[in-house]
Design a protein around this ligand. Structure first.
Ligand code: 2E6
Ligand code: F3S
Length: 316
């Protein structure tokens, strides 16, 4: 049977960012250094394939610190943790390594600095997401006001409307966040914040690439996990940029081939926590069914790298 022609637009940048790469290396090196098991608080990054692979090497994933024995090392996930978590690890005299992305740690420092200067913090983020929980947890409970949407801004009741600052989650929609920041500035003209927001380079670049390819795509597939904030935002960006079918898939098995019937072009990208092997698998599944022509849509070059913490760079 002859295969129908199909253009695959491959977004670049896509997939692993520097913070994810570093976090995975931290777990791998920790297992080499200390042997198995090494405990990891929360999925190191939001990807089942990555987590399963590390589990096979000797990582044990837990949600809370008190699920770890005190005599084994524990690693905190890339999303960051409330201040109470390292404090509890120290109180239990545990060996711990913080795999929080340096760009998330930067936001933690910003929040603490504004608060020390006497400003009340507003966090723009998704309620319950581990990064939001971690960033809000840099300050005492109840100190940080959370807003998720521009509409939430009207309901804020700050201590002093003239003494406010804001920080954001790193993986938000660039466009939605601009609206929330505009609403905050309109209601609280004195509010202090970063130049734009705290969305990281990787989130911004992946959203830009999807916007660039969306008008040429009958469908967009984002390789990523349902609990991955940055991946879900890529699906939304694809839909908003005009693509009628924008879907998240964890791997090739998730592709709904019937929904793709009759299409001539598909855009493929991946969230910052999705390994390239899963993208290759998806591309392979299309090659099995179609006569594929690949078109790379490159909107930025990335050369960011983060070193692992010093304790893992020292000989055992
Ligand atoms: C840490 C911070 C930001 O759900 P989210 O997009 O935050 O997380 P992952 O694990 O899907 O992506 C990487 C990451 C880690 N992003
Ligand atoms: Fe860090 Fe951004 Fe990746 S905050 S973990 S570089 S998505």
């Amino acid at each position: 049977m002859t295969k129908s022609p199909l253009t695959l637009h491959l977004a670049a940048p896509r997939g692993f960012c520097a913070g994810v790469d570093r976090a995975i290396k931290i777990v791998e090196i920790a297992i080499e250094k200390w042997g198995a098991p090494v405990y990891v608080r929360h999925e190191i990054v939001h990807n089942k394939y990555v987590v399963d692979g590390l589990r096979a090497k000797g990582a044990v994933f837990v949600e809370e610190l008190d699920e770890c024995p005190p005599d084994r090392p524990v690693i905190f996930s890339a999303h960051g943790v409330p201040k109470s978590v390292p404090q509890a690890a120290e109180a239990r005299e545990m060996v711990y390594v913080d795999a929080t992305c340096p760009l998330v740690s930067k936001v933690h420092i910003e929040a603490a600095r504004h608060s020390e200067a006497g400003l009340q913090m507003v966090m723009i983020g998704h309620e319950g997401h581990p990064e939001t929980v971690g960033t809000m947890g840099q300050l005492p409970e109840g100190e940080v006001l959370l807003v998720e949407t521009a509409d939430d801004v009207a309901h804020l009741t700050p201590r002093d409307p003239d003494r406010l600052a804001f920080v954001t989650q790193t993986t938000l929609s660039v466009d939605d966040t601009a609206d929330v920041v505009a609403a905050l500035k309109a209601r609280f003209p004195a509010i202090v914040g970063p130049h734009k927001e705290d969305i990281c380079y990787a989130t911004t670049n992946r959203q830009e690439a999807v916007k660039a390819m969306a008008p040429d795509c009958d469908a967009i597939l984002v390789v990523g996990a349902p609990n991955s904030s940055n991946s879900k935002r890529l699906v939304e960006v694809g839909a908003r940029a005009g693509c009628k079918y924008s879907q998240l898939v964890q791997r090739a098995d998730d592709i709904d081939w019937r929904a793709l019937d009759g299409i001539r072009s598909v855009g493929i990208t991946a969230g910052a926590s999705a390994p390239e092997i899963l993208i290759d698998e998806v591309i392979g599944a299309f090659r099995d069914r179609y006569d594929v022509t690949v078109n790379k849509v490159v909107t930025a070059e990335e050369n960011v790298e983060f070193k692992v913490p010093r304790v893992l760079r020292m000989p055992a």
